[in-house]
Write a protein that binds this ligand. Sequence first.
Ligand SMILES: Cc1ncc(COP(=O)(O)O)c(C=O)c1O
Length: 381
Amino acid sequence: MFETSIIEIEQAALENNLSFIREQIGPERLLSSVVKGNAYGHGIEEYVPLAEDCGIDHFSVYSTDEAQRVFEVKQPRSKIMIMGSVDDGGLAWAIDNGIEVWVFELERLQKAIRLAEDLGKQVKLHIEVETGMHRTGFESKDLNQVAQLLEENAAHLEFTGLCTHFAGAESIKNYYRIKDQIKEFKRVLRWFNKHELKPKYRHACCSAAMLRFPEMMLDMVRVGILQYGFWPSMETFIEYTKKHSHREPLRRLISWKSHLMSVKQIEKGEFVGYGTSYLAQRDITMGIVPVGYGHGFTRSLSNQGRALVNGTRVQVIGTVNMNCVALDLTEVASPSKGDEVTLIGHDGDLEITVASFSEAVNQLNYELLTRLPSGIPRVVK
Ligand SMILES: Cc1ncc(COP(=O)(O)O)c(C=O)c1O
């Protein structure tokens, strides 16, 4: 292979996770698969068709460029929703292609309506309301104008969604903040109802909110991290498994594999790699793997990270370089150039989880996954 590592994606694991999510949300509710951040590192081009094979037909992205990537590979029946950034050009493209967009400012709402009218199409709008996250969303004071625009321009738009986002449902420390948001969102839903403006979908829940505040699943949920086989936080994992006989229902889709590029002996008393951070305390066998911080194997794993080689767990030694990392292979039975190295995933009975990886450097699963460069080939198994 030309590439220095590959990321494998396991379809059976995705089927497992999606059926877990389905169990939580019921058969009728719309499940939007959140594929922003390059499908949380899994690769939009590989992930979207796979998810479609498992019955997904709605995808959420953050920006127009991500929407375009989904658009290129999706089936005609699948829908795309942009939750964040769209400039004027992007908006015209979105309207022309039936892409759903969140609007959270009067200016964008007016522009979307005008563009739809010019294009002779209907814009599919999700009205995001501010309930306490304080990121984006219409303030209460804007709602009269929003309602008026929706009513007056009904011919040029579809009121596809009324939505909000919670400010950290994965952590109990935000419990009261989320409860206040729920109260506020319910008030806004009643307000729209009173004005006889009925969205196709009311939605608020991400993975953690779906698990913790199931009464808020409404008509649609936007699920990211769970579908990839990860919990939004340790808290949500413990909370769920405690209630469900300690069974882990999720499976990781991703494995990250490379190979030994060179193997050699290092004598006791020699330093390995840049600087003096690793001093061989005995004669060791050392292997070099062509994956470094430039590939998402963060520098904080210097002298800390682990990998699996020929069924043995081994330690990173020295600092992680831009393009490579050194491993202590002394305990590995006859390691040789070309042997597979597992950076994330299983080798026999052993496993390197993304969590063990990210906890070592205090990184969120979300961050580690989305930092895996898009240049690493993704292979579906
Ligand atoms: C608006 C919105 N909805 C849903 C999600 C999905 O979140 P999760 O991956 O925790 O399910 C995100 C992700 O950050 C988001 O920004």
